[in-house]
Design a protein around this ligand. Sequence first.
Ligand code: ADP
Ligand code: ZN
Ligand code: ZN
Length: 806
Amino acid sequence: MIAEVYVDIPAGPVDRPFDYRIPEELSSFIAPGMRVTVPFGRTKRLGFVTALKESSALSKLKNIDQVVDPIPVLTGELLDLGRWLADTTLCLTVSAYQAMLPAVMKADYAKTVSVENQEQLGESYPSLVPLFSLRQSIAWKDLAARHPECLKPIRQAISQGVLTVHQQVHNQAKAKKVITAAAAVSKNDLVQAAASCGPRAARQKEALQFFIENDTGAQFPVTDLIRNHHLTRQSLRALEEKGMLRMNFVEQFRNPYGISEETKTGPLPLTEEQKAALQPILHSIENSKDKVFLCHGVTGSGKTEIYLQAIRRVIELGKQAIVLVPEISLTPQMVHRFKGRFGDEVAVMHSGLSKGEKYDEWRKIREGKVKVAVGARSAVFAPFEHLGLIVIDEEHETSYKQEDNPRYHAREVAIHRGQHNGCPVVLGSATPSLESYARARKNVYTLLTLKERFNHHPMPPVKIIDMREEMRGGNHSMFSKKLFSKITDRLEKHEQTVLFLNRRGYSTFVMCRACGTVIKCPHCDISLTYHRANHMLKCHYCGFEMRVPETCPTCGSDSMRYFGSGTQKVEAELNRLLPEARVIRMDVDTTRQKGGHEKLLRLFGAHQADILLGTQMIAKGLDFPEVTLVGVLAADSMLHLPDFRASEKTFQLLTQVSGRAGRHDLPGEVIIQSYTPDHYAVTDAAANDYGRFFQQEMQIRYRHGYPPFYYLALINLTHPEITAAADAAGRVASILKNNLSSSVQVLGPVVPSIARIKDRYRFQCMVKYKREPSLIPLLWKITRHFQETGKDSLQISIDMNPVALM
Ligand code: ADP
Ligand code: ZN
Ligand code: ZN
């Protein structure tokens, strides 16, 4: 037997399967989707088996060395998907495969097999008994190397639960085991033992008492008994020795949210609008139709409830569902809603989890232990085998596009998987991307509209404040008079305020007032950001840090000043103006720690603070009944970025933020401060008029030839030498111009707004096209031609349908 293997070597010329001979003893074991190690050149490399076949065109084949996984880590569907991803995003097939797996599977791993059921092992697999007679567990590597003939029965035993596989994840492996204690005797015996405890065994008596009162036969984690029930380790040990208690090592799936069964919720009775939207989705689920729905519903219209009830149906049909939410809105509130409805049937994957936790969640999916995967972008690769639904919430979010290889968009992957599985895809948003809304208007997607909030509360009134006028009127503070008086008013009424600012750090930049010099990163050509905590200037692209210079490096004057306002500065200002207000600041800096995000939100939710001040991370998903005022401090901070989506992003953000007010019984209102109060992105958001914004923006996109009227491909070239980079970019541009049809526009080469990153000069070419079948093959040729490796040489990267243009 021959296996086709994609070998883990990051170089274009080897991006094809290589044939390897499968040694006799592995022949009944190896299956497509498994990882193997193979000899490659003079080294051993990891590879993915993608297919098996009887014969090879080549005569001299090397043998597969070892099998890494006891079961295939990639399903047949994912193997195909990886090839499709490689083709359409111009990445290596192995990179696509690796992107589908949790990070720990790329890192060092040490897997062991151990006996789960000794009795059954003796009965069903006598041949394996000697292997495990001396050791409880054996490293998978040793088994594969020394006992390949045993692999087949071992795999069988694993599938029957007689043996289990453990993946040791560096030092995290320990955290997975907990010691539990349970009563080892009847309740009567416990009562008797407690009665006979002398005064010197008071602690033991307490412990016995606990097990008498909680007489369920349940196992209690020892750490929990000590921490929450004030029992001592010594007394538990003593009772174990007396045979009263039994201690166990229990393998645990990490439960990072610690949500227990008690919080279970059931389906809510739906409004007419919700019913009308859910019905066609259910129809597609039941009839295995791969339709794409765009659920356009104002914030608070109850889209999530629709997802939950659709998923309920999917589970009833014995299938599985994937729910994608942006990382930033993967808040505990959101997770609670899914865990509350589906309990243990949900796996949650997000970047806050440790590698081990992520691997556990992935394993639950792969082993069919859960029915629903909720996660950020990469959860779209959840290895379910009977997909019944994929939901993408906040589908307009740019974080669904991966900025590294493979540069995929989760929406495209979801739709592709939907077609493969015959399952619907639901895209939800209050502010759909122009691309999706345009497709819905052309009936490529099915539009579902929810115009009302579920409780029929009106959208909050929005007032735009012209900050230029404030300035002219002599108000130089960052708060307009109106906003400030309203904040004060809320403080008096004991209601809550959310203030939104799209920046981080104390000041955006440091400038010399005498000569206008702005301190920039020496590697990246962008202004450094001032961080007050350590009085440092920091580059947000490469991490470069320096002290704030005492004097101007250009003119030597000592008038270096901080400009712009970040969350820290607003916080300081609030503390100065309203010392009695309790302020919570939420930005990347205050939420860096694990659980930091959750902690701050919990405080605010419990009304332990009056004002929540934050960056875009507070724009989404938050739902606090006592928030009656939302203020946007600088609506235009995104409007002037060099990006054709700047208006769209501004509109989306303002709409999202406004949706945070008055969602419950108390009426809310929104104040937007702006230096460009007449811009349609600002006025349409204030009027909550998506339709009008769409019309306006489509005209502009049409006029300038941008998506959704054209597709874009962005070619990035970088080199440490400016001339080499410029040269190559010029050549790429002319190759493109000479080989594509005349309807295609090739722009550039241009120097992007950030001209240099990490000491490499950057050039870009942009291709605008409608239908151009020869483009992808040509781009492949170009990358192959220019792809060199090494630090000092040219690097080329291609981004199909880019979302970031800088
Ligand atoms: P969206 O995702 O559209 O912004 P959500 O699904 O978050 O809206 O719903 C907003 C709030 O309304 C949530 O607190 C949710 O529990 C509640 N809700 C949604 N639908 C219903 C319903 N049919 N009955 C009662 N409450 C509902
Ligand atoms: Zn100066
Ligand atoms: Zn930098």
